[in-house]
Design a protein around this ligand. Structure first.
Ligand code: FES
Length: 582
């Protein structure tokens, strides 16, 4: 029998199990009751006196990208206990790209609210955020940034690659490539079925530089994840060891009270932007960075991002920009190899969760070794950063293009618009033999922005019309107010802001108009005079989408545009701390 412990007395400090007591009007009773309930699980007072480390458990049968969650949880808990803490995992929403309708982005903000509020509501001294699939890491960082506790990110890690008839394949650049072949009738039903078996050969996140891999690298660049934690594949011993180390470090973070605001600084965001550009990262990365920065009162300066892009070459030879996969990046030394090469361009004084600066961590990683995956700055994969920021009368608030994954032939292009009014219109007409379209035209898809779809789905990768695909056309200029998967490639202009659904100029384009894209001049122009555009706007005023109830109502009322991260306006920090990078 255990006697009542001194810790049953009202809290003198605000830590461990004494934090955030439930309101019963008597604090002593609140703690007494809390301990009585938790003791129902067999805990002793000695265990309950330790620093409490919360762990977000995002395991879900609907989320194979988090399929190693049981092993990660076990290792994280081991690390916490070895360091003298008490691990307490708790469930939050988990979102997988292929299992979320209408789109995972619609649910990212909900997950961030869940994460923030459960961190706030439950007693913990630090939190470990275990996420991986595209929207989960940004949602967790947004929520943790708002909650303000010491926090550390652990990603689930990439899947392994598979093999199809001797060719190495992995989700999801190869998914799109093979589906394109199937659409063009280059491969048959049997072959596409075999490819389907091979694309995802283990649990874990997509094996190319899609959004999940991008966010894993950005988390390390932000300093919110342990050095070396971005790249170990999901099913490796390295991944499990990182999990144990993350658990142990979280206990020290709690003791040091190293809160997240000291990590997510303007310098950290600048480093993340440099890395995003240098890895040829997903265009979604910039939306998520804008949302996380917004939670810290910071605004991503898109013009400054473009400036950084002109001096930051793509160094990472990974699909879809290059040829390798995440497991190759890991074997090539992972982020340490990349950061070492980028060193002169980085803010080395940015603090990381280790308590050391990024510069100190690069030093500690030691010298590099010969490898094929990270290029030298004088021999890059692409001479500028992966993402270019466009402006013009078609996108007064900006648009972006992943220039490193685009066709060089189409980067300076003028063509006739072929307009699809929304995703349903696209579906109905894109494969019609009657569609009036040539390879030189510009495909325009509107009403797939934050409010239009809603949730800004990854439908911006407009398929090549079937009749052109069968004729061998592989790429065309495509423009939309939506997003594109980081695993996709092509001359695709995205995030046109403001979106058509709130009356952006994209709503005024008509089939047959001329559109000019000049990536070298960062220009996206609709070649129609202002008077005609004003006439069209007056003729067909836009009705902004709304909903009568529920989360959809909240979403449509509150969602911001791409340049503000598609976050809810009421979740951004109340106080502005200016723009980043400075
Ligand atoms: Fe989860 Fe690609 S679907 S990371």
């Amino acid at each position: 029998m255990t006697k009542p412990s001194s810790s049953d007395k009202p809290a003198s400090g605000d830590s461990g199990l004494r934090k955030g007591l439930t309101s019963y009007g008597d604090q002593g009773f609140s703690l007494f009751l809390r301990k009585a309930f938790i003791k129902g699980s067999g805990y002793t007072d000695a265990a309950l006196d330790r620093p409490v480390i919360g762990i977000t458990n995002t395991g879900s049968a609907f989320n194979p990208c988090h399929g190693n969650m049981p092993q990660l949880l076990e290792a994280v808990k081991r690390g916490i206990m070895l360091a003298g803490g008490l691990p307490m995992d708790f469930p939050t929403i988990s979102v997988h790209e292929s299992f979320a309708a209408p789109t995972s982005m619609y649910l990212r903000n909900l997950m961030s609210m869940d994460t923030e509020e459960m961190i706030r509501a439950q007693p913990m001294d630090a939190v470990i955020l275990i996420g991986g699939c595209d929207k989960t890491v940004p949602a967790q960082l947004m929520g943790a940034a708002s909650a303000g506790l010491p926090a550390i990110q652990l990603v689930t890690g990439a899947m392994l690659t598979g093999s199809h008839r001797g060719e190495r394949v992995g989700a999801c650049t190869d998914c799109r490539r093979y589906w394109g072949k199937y659409r063009a009738a280059e491969i048959d039903d049997d072959e596409i079925a075999h490819v389907n078996d091979q694309l995802v050969s283990s649990v874990g996140t997509c094996s190319v530089m899609g959004t999940a891999s991008t966010m894993a690298c950005l988390a390390e660049a932000l300093g919110i994840a342990l050095p070396g934690s971005a790249t170990p594949p999901a099913v490796t011993a390295d991944r499990i060891r990182i999990a144990e180390q993350t658990g142990a470090r979280a206990v020290e973070l709690a003791r040091e009270r190293l809160t997240i605001d000291r990590i997510l600084t303007p310098e950290a965001f600048e480093n993340a932007m440099r890395v995003l550009l240098a890895i040829g990262g997903s265009t979604n990365g910039i939306v998520h960075l804008a949302a996380i920065a917004g939670r810290m009162g910071l605004e991503i300066d898109m013009q400054a991002l473009d400036r950084l892009g002109r001096e930051t070459p793509v160094l990472l030879d990974l699909k879809p920009t290059g040829q390798h996969y995440m497991e190759d990046f890991h074997k090539a030394g992972g982020m340490a190899t990349l950061l070492r090469e980028l060193r002169p361009l980085l803010r080395l004084d940015a603090l990381t969760v280790t308590g050391r600066t990024l510069g100190e961590e690069i030093e500690r990683a030691g010298p590099g070794f010969p490898q094929q995956v990270v290029r030298r700055r004088d021999d890059p994969i692409y001479p500028q950063g992966g993402i270019a920021v466009l402006r013009g009368n078609l996108a007064p608030g900006g648009a972006i293009i992943k220039q490193s994954a685009a066709d060089a032939r189409l980067m300076e292009h003028e063509g006739r618009a072929v307009v699809f009014d929304n995703a349903a219109d696209l579906l109905a007409r894109i494969d019609s033999d009657d569609l009036d379209v040539t390879a030189d035209d510009v495909l325009v898809l509107r009403n797939i922005g934050p409010r239009g779809a809603p949730g800004m789905p990854e439908a911006g990768y407009i398929p090549i019309p079937r009749k052109l695909a069968r004729a061998g056309v592989k790429d065309m200029v495509r423009i939309s107010d939506g997003r594109m998967s980081g695993t996709a490639f092509g001359t695709v202009v995205l995030h046109v802001t403001p979106e058509a659904a709130i009356g952006g100029p994209l709503a005024l384009v008509r089939s047959g108009d001329r559109i000019r894209l000049s990536v070298s001049r960062r220009e996206l122009s609709l070649l129609v005079d202002e008077a005609e555009l004003a006439r069209r706007a007056a003729e067909a005023p836009v009705t902004v989408p709304s909903a009568p109830r529920g989360y959809l109502k909240l979403f449509l009322q509150s969602v911001t545009q791409a340049d503000q991260g598609v976050d809810f306006d009421f979740l951004r920090a109340a106080e502005s701390r200016g723009k980043t990078p400075r």
